[in-house]
Write a protein that binds this ligand. Sequence first.
Ligand code: ADP
Ligand code: ZN
Ligand code: MG
Length: 480
Amino acid sequence: MQEMEAVIGLEIHVEMNTETKIFCGCRTAFGAETNTQVCPICLGLPGHKPVLNQKAVEWHAKAALALNCEIAPYVQFDRKNYFYADLPKGYQISQFFYPMGINGHVDIEVNGETRRIRIRQIHLEEDTGKLLHMGNITASPSSLVDFNRAGVPLLEIVTQPDVRNAEEARLFLQKLRTIIQYTGVSDCKMEEGSMRCDANVSVRPKGSDILGQKTELKNMNSFRAVTRGIDYEIPRQIDLVLDGEEVIPQTRHWDEAKGVTRAMRTKYLATDYRCFPDPNVPPFKNDPAWVEEIRQSLPELPDARYARLVKEDGLPPYDAEVITASKAMADFYDQTVALVKEPKTVSNWLMGEVGRCLNTAGKEIQETALTPKHLAELLGLVKKGVITGKIAKDVMDEMFRSGQDPETIVKEKGLVQIADQSELDPVIDRVIQANPKVVEDFHAGKDRALGFLVGQVMKETRGKANPQMLNELLRRKLQG
Ligand code: ADP
Ligand code: ZN
Ligand code: MG
């Protein structure tokens, strides 16, 4: 049987975080009451006059540079004509002929190897409104439209067909999201629709350099949906080809509930959108000095930051990867390390206890009351021996909940560790007296006996006994 391979190109839409829309002053806040963030311009009323949002253009350049694109010297906005209920003007303004970002790439690590996914282009356009389907869609179909989203600045990122499977698609999308989040251009929340992805999928005999007929998968609004959609589509196409049938060029809808892709529409001919330059939005040339300025304004990006954490801070690659996956987490790490100067300890806490608290709360670190200063103070208390590592975990829970500083928590709850022999002695004596059988076991060489006695002392001191001191004292008393 002939061995087949998949070829995948991704088209990603990212809504920008700008305060206002691309051609008017309307707000872009997510979740506002329907049709409250609209005006004659974004509703496309007759005689409206769009004015290009300078910030959106700057941020577009920022995102393009972060994705290793060149900034084209000339940019033009075109009308892409089509009819749809959520498109008030009957056309969408987009950089159809002269996109601003071209020839970029993102590198991903796949099984220890670097794979480069090339980016064909990244262009700026306006988002459409949103249809709200009401009632029983077959018995009495009715839809309402919300134009709040119409005119929100939207970046479209188009890759070359360099992706080979679902796992690579996921790694690429996650890396892309991280990079864009670092630039601050978008929060890329797939669940809120501020990042959306279509996957173009085809198959061909392995080793061939001819592209097969592709289908386009839509409606995949989570990383999981993207991987499941692709994992469904590839074998479907391979089966067709091996059976001697043809893959029909289709747009296919990913059905998350049923776990299948379904044909939405078939298109044998490329749609002709009758694009032409929008007469209301003047084209512009990019000054290389402006491009340099934008480049200088970029923050340290994930790859550079990862390299610094491994090289300068000596973090294991795994730690560096986890910490740099979110800019907020990486910033938190840097700020804490600046205070305590122990990178690995900080990383252990962020990936361990802090990570546990975040998971339980279902939050990102920037959404919590925890601060780098408080984490640094907590680590200081452990280091100075004021509290035990075990107690520190309880204090962390409390800091996370209340945002209070660790010293106050320790003081108010009486959590200072007992590292004073005269305080520990009587407790240990009591435990030894109360457990003659266990003491016998200890002398008989049973390892677990010591652990049990340590546990009993810890229980009586509510976890506050200094572990080293306790172990030493206990052993000494038992042996002599
Ligand atoms: P269309 O004209 O259908 O929009 P484009 O050439 O503009 O197609 O490409 C859109 C996306 O599809 C790009 O990401 C591109 O890499 C990808 N693509 C194009 N041809 C194929 C193919 N045969 N198989 C997989 N992906 C493809
Ligand atoms: Zn408006
Ligand atoms: Mg296209």
